[in-house]
Design a protein. Sequence first.
Length: 452
Amino acid sequence: MRSLLVCLLLSGSIACTATHANAPAADTHAEGPLPFIADDYARALAEAKAKGVPLFVDTWAPWCHTCRSMRAYVFTDKALAKHADRFVWLELNTDLTGNAPFQEKYPVEFWPTFFIIDPRQEKALLRFAGSATVPQLERLFEDGELAYKGGATGADALLARGDALYGERKPAEAAEALSLALAEAPADWSRRGRALESLLMAQYGAKQHVPCAQKAVAELPKVPRSLHLANGVLNGLTCALAIPEGTPEAADLRHALEAKAREVLAPPAIAMEADDRSGLYEVLVQARTKANDTAGAQGVASEWITFLEGEAAKAPNPEARTVFDSHRMLAAMTLKQPERAIPALEQSERDLPQDYNPPARLAMLYSLTGRLDDALAANDRALARVQGARRLSVLGVRADIYVARKDDAGVRKTLEEAIAFAKTLPASQVSASRVDALEKRLAALKAAASAP
C-alpha cells in the first residue's frame, strides 16, 4: 500500500525526506521465479536492448515495509515464472549511492516504484508506485508491453499516454490524460481500477489535492471490491488529508473517504497482502489525528496493532515478519505504549543481525521509555550498519537522544557529523532543504549556547 505522508523511521528533529541509506537485506528476489539483476542498470539496459524487450525495474529500499512485503510475499510467487522472458528484470536499492545515476534520470518519490522502460530510447513507458498483487502485476506487464509495441486505441491509448507522462514526471498532464481515459471508457472497462489509482497518484503529485479527493469520491463506487478499490481509497484519503485547513470541502471529503476506508476494511475481506490492509489503518489514524480526535486515533491504533501482531505471528520467516515492524512501532507510539513494540524489534535484531532497521527503531523506542543508555547503544549498532543518506535519519535520532540527556555537546557533535556527511552524498539522494534544516538546527544550538 502506498504510504505517501509518513516516513516510518521518524526523528523528532529531522524530517524524513526522499533520501535514504543502504543496508544489507535478504535477497528475496533471488529466491523468486523472476531473474532479477541486482543494482546494475547498465547491464540490464544492454540485455533489454539485445533481447528487444522492455526493462522492468523494481526500485526499493530496506526501510520500506511495502517494498519488503512485495519481496517477501509477491515476487516469490511461482505464478510469475511464466513471465520471466517478457522483460529484463532489474532491482535497484535506492539507498545505495551507486544507484544515484538512475535516480537522477528516473527520480523516485514513493516506495516501491515500478518502472517499465523502453530500452531503445531509455524512456519510462509506465511508472507505478505502491503495492500490487500478482494479477495486478500481470496487468502492469500487459500495459507496459502494449505501450512498448504501440497500437492501443481509445481509453487504452489514453491510459498509455497518461502512464508515459507520469513516467516523464509530468503529473498534471498525466492526470488530464487519465481523466479522459476514465471519461471515455465503457462502464465495464477492465482497466478502470488501475487507471483510477494512477490518476489519483498523478493528481497528488501535481498537488491537485481537492480534485483528487473529489475524483476518488465520484469514481470509487464504480470500482469492484478489490485491491484497486483499497489503493484508490488510500490515495483519495491521502489527498484529502493534504488539503489545507480552512478549505470548505476538506472536512466533508475526509469524512466520506474515511467511511470508504472503513468499508474496505470490513467483511467480506478483500484479497490483499497484510501490509496493504495495514496501510489503511495507518491512514485512518492520520485522519483521526487530523480531526484532533485522540481517542479515535487510539481506537484505530488498538485495532491496528492487534491485527499486526496476529499477522507477524503467522509470518513464514523473519524477513517476512519484519515487514510489520515499522507499523507495529507506529501503532504502539500512537497508543503511547512504545514498550509494546520493543520485544518484536529486539527479536528482529537477533534474527537479522546485518539489518540496521531494528536497532535504529529500538533507539527511538528506548528513548521514549526513558532507557537513554540503551537508546545510545542501539543507535551505535545502527550507525555501524547503515550507509548512504539514511545515516542522516539515524544521526537525527542520536541528536534527539542527546537532547533528552541534556548533553548539548553531544547534540552539536552529532549535527556537525550529519552536515559533513550530507555534503558528501549525491544530489539525487539528499535534498538541499534537508541540509539546510540541519544547518539551521546547529545554528540555533550555537546561538542558544552563546546567549548571555
